[in-house]
Design a protein around this ligand. Structure first.
Ligand code: FAD
Length: 650
């Protein structure tokens, strides 16, 4: 029996942690009718995740959210401490925390509650279309299976319960008295502590949705309704976490440190914002005894004592503790990420692992970053629901890679340091540093490489009417990976700008035309022909752009030429490359030069992407900034073949 609905919505998100808020941000940006519910009466205020990878910072920047970068502590250095021949810890090496040249950003640290604050503020400032509704839990999930292939149907029904204050008991700091955990609260967070009544407490509601997304954390209710299981290991290793303002004579307390003591275990130091330092400590005294740890038995004093032993002969103490916890590592991936192409799971709901490599929040945010634009395009009627299938295939692989990385990293970190070269069961410093460095690109979120699917074409498909993909035309650019950033120079005003700044998360595909040196007549003529095509009524731009919408609202065409900037006049280029909007004038922000800038050097984007300065190419970029295909400049047929795979003609 199908329940009668009180209301309908395009997307209903369960859970307003990092994964849920990222999804809400995408859907609000794309103006999709969305609701997001959470069982907590407030967002979190302290603790939990704190590391922001380069890729996450790039993604946040693409939404115009720069407050993490501004407010966080930028971790620039990592140092390794190991026992010397007398068993006393010594600094054995130093290295940059983020390898040079990976990204515009470096790894940064700020507590998860601030991230949630920034998402909530951003949602409010950009239209106030989506608000988190609290405290609410879902109690029933039903799917009208005959309707799942009907694009206009709302086949998922969810019954929700509005909780009373007594029912909603958010845990903020694991027994840290309120005054203490709130002592480091930021002024703009305090308002959230005042509970505002929704007037609906104790009532039930039935909602019909086109899509439901479970972003409801490790104990996901949504996952359980779908019958999916978490597969993997529950290890015996127990770790304590302390967020404290340390009082210590340890010299490296303000850089990231990996400390292996001779016989007291390991400690990781994460220098944080507002004088706080997070300490991850291996707890030798608290045995799991084969089952789950009773975390309520672990006290901050106990964790501190373990840390003091590892860091000796240096002294360590604190007066202020913001948060603490103890955890046992479970490395697990769900055996399903979606059902019926209508219900999806993201974040901790589908993968859990140790937090030390700072991956949890990042991978969770990136799951729903992958999903948001796809649901948006399908809900708007722009793309076929086939693209939704790529969510599970793309992200399930990432989750598996994450667990493999975490298993390697955790084992090394929890292992006993080798006494000397003949000690085969111990972990040598060399081994540890190698894994750390090899893992740095992965840990930065920059090794994500989506395999071939309806959205990603990696090779020439070989026949007429298919995508004649030409990876050789940009042989240092990896199709399936995020487009790296280099400085380019605006043709019209000489401003040097990062390429990624031209790719805001606004739901558009981009055709980046690396036109070559258009000061040469034969190259210009090829470019001119492309312009004629793009302006024609049968071009990919015309076919997929609604009639009364701006020309660049679905597919945006950007040019990066390799001529000397001063040899080119914007006004002499075909209009398709700098369209005129009668109310706004000519578009001066679509044509760029790969040239020397006045103040910021030469970005050498052609060289960095392996593009010949005469031959050029067109790079198709997905709305999430990942490279979808590379084709020849004159090959408009391949552009048509690419978009025909999933776009809906309007
Ligand atoms: P969550 O952040 O867990 O968010 C899930 C949201 O769903 C919550 O707001 C919750 O209230 C809500 N919810 C849950 N069930 C329901 C329901 N039935 N109905 C409605 N709402 C529901 N990561 C690190 O990188 N470093 C760390 O040090 C670290 N420490 C952690 C300590 C703890 C105690 C926990 C729980 C996690 C920690 N993590 C850490 C992991 C990190 O916080 C997560 O990986 C990240 O928050 C995942 O984001 P998410 O949005 O998927 O899930």
């Amino acid at each position: 029996m199908t329940l009668a609905a009180d209301s309908e919505v395009d997307v209903l998100i369960v859970g307003a942690g990092p994964a849920g808020l990222m999804l809400a941000t995408w859907l609000s940006q794309l103006q999709i009718k969305t609701r997001i519910i959470d069982k907590r009466s407030t967002k979190i205020m302290a603790g939990q995740a704190d590391g922001f990878q380069c890729r996450t910072l790039e993604i946040l920047d693409s939404f115009g959210i720069d407050r993490v970068w501004k407010e966080s502590n930028h971790m620039l250095e990592v140092s390794f401490w190991n026992p010397d021949e007398n068993g006393v810890i010594r600094r054995s090496a130093r290295a940059p925390d983020t390898p040079k040249g990976l990204s515009r950003f470096t790894e940064s640290v700020l507590h998860q509650g601030r991230m949630e604050r920034f998402f909530l503020d951003h949602l409010k400032e950009t239209g106030d279309r989506v608000r988190v509704e609290r405290p609410i839990v879902p109690s029933l999930l039903q799917v009208d299976e005959p309707e799942i292939n009907n694009p206009s149907a709302h086949p998922v029904t969810l019954k929700i319960q509005h909780l009373t204050d007594e029912q909603a008991t958010p845990s903020q700091g694991n027994n840290i008295p309120n005054g203490l955990f709130r002592s480091n609260l930021t002024a703009d967070d305090t308002d959230d502590l005042i509970r505002k009544s929704s007037g609906k407490e104790g009532t039930e509601e039935t909602i019909k949705a086109k899509y439901v997304v479970g972003c409801d954390g490790a104990h996901s209710w949504t996952r359980k309704q779908l019958g999916f299981k978490m597969e993997g290991e529950h290890t015996e290793i127990i770790w304590g976490v302390l967020d404290v303002v340390p009082i210590t004579d340890f010299p490296d307390i303000r850089v990231r440190c990996l400390i292996h003591s001779a016989s007291s275990g390991s400690l990781m130091v994460i220098p944080r914002e507002k004088r706080v330092v997070r300490l991850y400590i291996q707890l030798k005294e608290v045995g799991a005894g084969g089952g789950a740890v009773d975390r309520s038995k672990v006290t901050p004093e106990q964790i501190l004592k373990a840390a003091q032993k590892i860091i000796a002969p240096y002294k360590l103490d604190y007066e202020q503790c913001d948060w603490f916890t103890a955890y046992q590592i479970a490395q697990r991936v769900s055996d399903g990420f979606e059902k019926f192409n209508r219900i999806f799971l993201a974040g901790d709901a589908v993968h859990t692992h140790s937090p030390k490599a700072g991956q949890g929040q990042n991978v969770s945010l990136q799951d729903s970053y992958n999903l948001g634009w796809k649901i948006g395009m399908v809900a708007r009627g722009q793309a076929s629901s086939e693209i939704l299938k790529t969510y599970a295939t793309e992200r399930q692989q990432i989750a598996r890679d994450l667990i493999a990385f975490d298993q390697k990293f955790s084992k090394l970190f929890s292992g006993r340091p080798a006494k000397d070269v003949s000690d085969e069961t111990g972990i040598s410093l060399e081994e540890f540093r190698n894994v750390f460095h090899q893992g740095a690109v992965f840990a930065a979120g920059l090794s994500v490489d989506y395999g071939p699917n309806i959205l990603v074409v990696k090779e020439d498909e070989g026949k007429e009417g298919t995508v004649r993909c030409r990876p050789d035309l940009a042989n240092k650019l990896k199709i399936g990976m995020r487009l790296p950033s280099h400085k380019i120079v605006n043709q019209s005003d000489a401003l040097a700008i990062e390429l990624q700044k031209l790719l805001p998360s606004d739901g558009r595909f981009r055709l980046i035309v690396f036109s070559g040196d258009i000061s040469k007549p034969e190259i210009y003529s090829r470019y001119e022909k492309l312009g004629e095509y793009l302006s024609s009524k049968d071009s990919v731009v015309s076919l997929y752009t609604p009639q009364n919408s701006p020309r660049d609202s679905v597919l945006e065409v950007l040019t990066i030429h390799s001529a000397k900037r001063t040899d080119i006049e914007l006004q002499s280029l075909p209009e398709a490359f700098h369209p005129l909007d009668k109310s706004k004038g000519w578009d001066y922000w679509k044509v760029y030069a790969d040239d020397e800038s006045y103040h910021e050097g030469h970005g050498q984007v052609y060289e960095n992407f392996g593009i010949d300065r005469d031959e050029g190419c067109i790079v198709v970029v997905r709305p999430d900034g990942y490279v979808a295909a590379t084709v020849a400049v004159a090959d408009t047929k391949s552009l048509e073949a690419y978009f025909e795979r999933f776009m809906i003609k309007l």
